[in-house]
Ligand binder design. Structure first.
Ligand code: 5GP
Ligand code: MG
Length: 172
C-alpha cells in the first residue's frame, strides 16, 4: 500500500463544511443560487455542502478535461460535459475539490460569464497555494494547504481513494 499521512480529519471536515453552508445560505439569501459541481472530484464535498445549505437552490454539474502533463493542468481546457440548466441571470457558485494552479477555475469562471450568469463565485474544499499560476479569487474555502498531493473526500489518485472520509497526503 502506498504511504499516506492524515492531513484533515473527518471531524474537522464536518465542522468546516457546516460553517460554509451557513455562510453561503446567508450570503445568497434572496438570490437565484445555482450550485455547479466540477466533476469528478467535487461530488463528495458538494453532497455534504448542499445538505448544510438552508436556502432554496438548484444543482448542476460540469466536467472539464485538461490536456498536458498528467499531474499538471496544461492550460488547454475543454468542457467534456456542460451544465444543462440555463445560466442566464443566475448566481453561480462553482464548487471545486481543490484549486492548484488555478487554470481550471480561471477558465470556468469565464465560461459561466459567457453564459450570462449574473455572478460567478467559487467555493473550493481545498485551496492549495504551492503551484498557483492564475490569479483566482476563492470566495469560500474549506481549508488552505500549502503542499502535497492530497487524496480522500472526493480527491483521487488514479480514480482511487475518493471514498475516504478524511484527507491524506500521498507519497507519490
Ligand atoms: P488546477 O487547474 O487548479 O491546476 O487544477 C485543479 C485540479 O487538479 C483539481 O480539480 C484536481 O482534479 C487536480 N489536483 C490538483 N492538486 C491535486 C491534489 O493534491 N490531489 C488531487 N487528487 N488532485 C489534485
Ligand atoms: Mg477537479
Amino acid at each position: 500500500m502506498t504511504e499516506r499521512e492524515l492531513v484533515i480529519s473527518k471531524e474537522e471536515i464536518h465542522s468546516r463544511v457546516g460553517q460554509l453552508g451557513k455562510i453561503i445560505s446567508k450570503d445568497y439569501q434572496g438570490k437565484k443560487l445555482v450550485i455547479v459541481g466540477v466533476l469528478n472530484g467535487a461530488f463528495v464535498f458538494l453532497a455534504d455542502l448542499v445538505r448544510s445549505i438552508s436556502i432554496p437552490h438548484q444543482i448542476d454539474f460540469v466536467r472539464v478535461a485538461s490536456y498536458g502533463e498528467s499531474d499538471k493542468s496544461s492550460g488547454v481546457i475543454r468542457v467534456s460535459k456542460d451544465v444543462e440548466l440555463d445560466m442566464t441571470d443566475v448566481d453561480v457558485l462553482l464548487v471545486e475539490d481543490i484549486v492548484d494552479t488555478g487554470t481550471t477555475l480561471h477558465w470556468l469562471q469565464q465560461h459561466f460569464l459567457e453564459k450570462q450568469a449574473a455572478s460567478v463565485r467559487v467555493c473550493a474544499f481545498i485551496d492549495k497555494h504551492e503551484r498557483r499560476v492564475k490569479k483566482v479569487s476563492v470566495d469560500y474555502k474549506g481549508f488552505v494547504v500549502d503542499i502535497g498531493f492530497l487524496v480522500g473526500y472526493g480527491l483521487d489518485y488514479a480514480e482511487q481513494y475518493r471514498h475516504l472520509q478524511e484527507v491524506y497526503s500521498l507519497q507519490v
